[in-house]
Design a protein around this ligand. Sequence first.
Ligand code: CMP
Length: 142
Amino acid sequence: MAGNITLTIIKPEAISKNYTGPILNMINQAGFSIAAMKLTKLSSKQAEEFYAVHRDKPFYNDLVEFISSGSIVAAVLEKDNAVEDFRKLIGATNPENAEEGTIRKLYAESLQMNAVHGSDSDENAQIESAFFFARSERADYL
Ligand code: CMP
C-alpha cells in the first residue's frame, strides 16, 4: 500500500564486512517486515539509472562506481510510516552526523560507504521498489 513501504539497499562495503545479518536484525527489531529481498549486483548502467536523481552532483561518478563494485542486498520494507521511520533508524547520510544507535552510526564507514540506502519519499519508495522487484517477487500483501 502506498506510503507503507520503503526500499533499502545494504551497500557493498557492509556486505563485505558481514554486516548484512546485524543490519537486517535491527530492521526487524524496529518493526519493519521484509516484503521482498534479494542479493544482487548492479551493472554500471543500472547504478547510473538508480541514482539518476544525483546525476549532476560532483559525487555521482564515484557513487555509481562504488555501488556497482560488489554485491548488494535490496529489500522492500513494510511498516506504517515506513519512509520516515526508516530514515530515523538509519541516521544521517554522513555517519559522522548520525545519532548513536542508528545503523549508519554503527556500521557505516564514510559518507559514500554509508552502509545502507533508504528511500526519501513515498513516491521514490514505489519507483525504487519497482526498479528491483517484479510483482511476483514481492509479498502478496503489497
Ligand atoms: P544514499 O542514501 O544511498 O543516497 C545517495 C548517496 O550518495 C548517499 O547515500 C551517499 O552514499 C552518497 N552521497 C551523498 N552525499 C555525498 C557527498 N557529498 N559525497 C559523496 N557521496 C555522497
